[in-house]
Design a protein around this ligand. Sequence first.
Ligand SMILES: [Zn+2]
Length: 443
Amino acid sequence: MSANSKTLSLMASGSAMYTRKVSVSKDPDFLKVVDKLRNADVSFMNFEGQIGHPDAYPIKPYSFASYFFGEKWIAKEYAWTGFNLTSLANNHMNDWSHHAIEESIKQLDEAGIVYAGAGMNLTAAREPGYLDTPNGRVALISIDSSHEQGEFVQPPMASDPKGKFKGRPGNNTIRYDVIIDAKKETIDQLKKIRKDLNLDKFRGREKDKDKHLFFPNGGNPGLTFRESNEPGFTTISYQKDVDANIKWIKNAKEMADYVIVSHHTHANGNKKTGPYAEVPADFVKKFAHDAIDAGADICLFHGMHGKGIEIYKDKPIFYDLGWFSWMVETLPRFPYDLYDNWELDPYNSLPIDITNARPAGQFGVSPLWNQGFLFDFKMKEGKAIDIKLHPMHMGRDKPMWERGLPRIAKGKIAEEILTRQVEMSKELGTEIIIENDIGVVKL
Ligand SMILES: [Zn+2]
């Protein structure tokens, strides 16, 4: 009997940010989450952060987001929760210097959690992680494309050694361009403005100066204006980054029963919606299909709050796993930069001042940041045979130090969380029925 004829059970959840010991919890609705994770062959999360190291220093000079770190025992807390597989490629994997990448990998190894997506050089970051289970061998490839549109922070992408030069520690990244399609008259006007303002003196990407008409800072995603009869917005990935990952998918397919591709992205919007709408970005959708065509069995995206499910050639694509845990409010300390960027006096302010400076709508008490899912599914003979969604809430009505812990949602909250997924999945041709606080995908 080949391994593929066995039934492989999986639980997938999105971004995880523990800052507290969860193994002491007696909350019955959290323990239900733990029970489900411990009982699956594969329990996947996105390790959205790093494990701190005394020599680590903050990397990003302009960030408003948390410079996230966990204590050394955090990896064991994730293992206790039931996770055995994690992606590392995400925007928080470069909050701190390479010391924290090294420390994260070391602690995950000790905790027995298989990982992929970040490393001391690009090849190490791209290499799959392999998880052996009684019901099949699983390969994980983990990718990041979570740099913001127009953000002046370089994607934390790793590089490889060349000759006497070392490689750069970081992520397995897929870079992408944000394209604004405009009619010829508009492009001509933009060119005129650029000339009048002497903007063409700014050096853009050397090879492609004309492409970056208005945000020419070399290397940033910026905006690309393109002549087209159909004005609109789209995103296109760097084909060389996609090709490199496709090669690893093909390699992994030869060495495991199932290939999971994880992809952390903050890219939103398509031609119909314009930027920032929480729908799969055009390049994301294309990548998911290309990955499956190359041999991937499961695509797990994360980075936002859930964007629906698509079944493509019998393989499941979860366009956003949402959050698993969100304990950013109990980070015990923040670096100088975060005080500085929030216009707080770095020398006289305290961590609670950062929490209070943040817009409440974005963090802490905002509903979307306090919802999560467990995607509960099975694979047999290469196909998804059963997909369920368990909605979770993070206890936003509780005090700060109890928030961010995922709990199985019931009743009205469950329905609210699931309804959004039902509607988003419908757009992708997938029907989900809500039954007893659970979403069931019609296959
Ligand atoms: Zn992220």
